[in-house]
Design a protein around this ligand. Structure first.
Ligand code: ADE
Length: 244
């Protein structure tokens, strides 16, 4: 039995998991509520990190300090960037990159990352998820019963996820993120969690379900699909725990 941490950023993202837990005990550390208990027979600690990189980094650090997890699974929604990653589709993050770490270019539009000097303690611009956890996430995603969204069966991708402290809702910026980083999806926590986990040697994986396409329709689509997309991502987590 490993000590497993499960994290989401928002209430919707962890709702199904909290409701599915058994013998839950709530403890507070550093202003964060941690839910300890059993899920699919595994001993877990579940928490809501809050939105954005600072909340994600802080929560991961408080989690690590107080609960010493042996692995961390993040579950939540993202904006799809790959032309085929539509709302409902799943993106397993193999690599995480901060897209807003660097320097604004001469147009004042794009924010370019440092290519040589990364701010992470480990000096990596792209931080890799644990390969075995990516494998079991893909397997669980393929085997899970996922709700169709917009009448489509979710497709499953794995690859780069680009993280930044903004909700992306522009065709132009979405295209730029896809081209610049080869990122399949964008969200606001993954790379921060990745950096902390990498520094502390905690194997992790970031699982995302697309609520929108980070384009001009993103706000409307997000509101429409954040609920069902969150549930699908959480079902993958349940599948992973079941397979352990
Ligand atoms: N999470 C879900 N959709 C997103 C978007 N378009 N940008 C940032 N984070 C998101």
């Amino acid at each position: 039995a490993q000590r497993i941490a499960i994290m989401g950023a928002m209430d919707q993202e962890i709702a199904l998991l909290i409701d599915s837990m058994k013998s839950v005990k709530k403890v507070e550390r550093g202003g964060i509520a941690f839910y300890k208990g059993k899920l699919k027979g595994q001993k877990i600690v579940l928490l809501k990190a809050g939105v954005g990189k600072v909340n994600a980094a802080y929560s991961t650090a408080v989690l690590a300090e107080n609960f010493r997890p042996e692995l961390l699974i993040f579950t939540g929604v993202a904006g799809g960037l790959h032309p085929e990653a539509m709302p409902g589709d799943i993106v397993i993050g193999e690599k995480l990159v901060q897209f807003d770490f660097g320097q604004i270019d001469s147009t004042g539009f794009s924010v370019w990352p440092f290519r040589k000097l990364d701010g992470g303690r480990h000096q990596e611009l792209f931080v890799s998820s644990d390969a075995a956890l990516v494998e079991s996430s893909l397997q669980a995603a393929n085997e899970a019963k996922l709700e169709p969204i917009s009448g489509r069966e979710p497709r499953i991708f794995s690859g780069v996820i680009a993280t930044g402290d903004v909700f992306v809702s522009s065709d132009e910026k979405a295209k730029w993120l896809f081209g610049e980083f080869d990122a399949l999806a964008t969200e606001m926590e993954g790379a921060a969690i990745a950096h902390i986990c990498r520094s502390l040697d905690i194997p992790f994986v970031i699982i995302r379900s697309c609520s929108d396409n980070a384009n001009n329709h993103a706000r409307v689509n997000f509101n429409q699909f954040v609920g069902p997309a969150s549930v699908n991502s959480a079902r993958i987590v349940l599948g992973i725990l079941e397979s352990m």
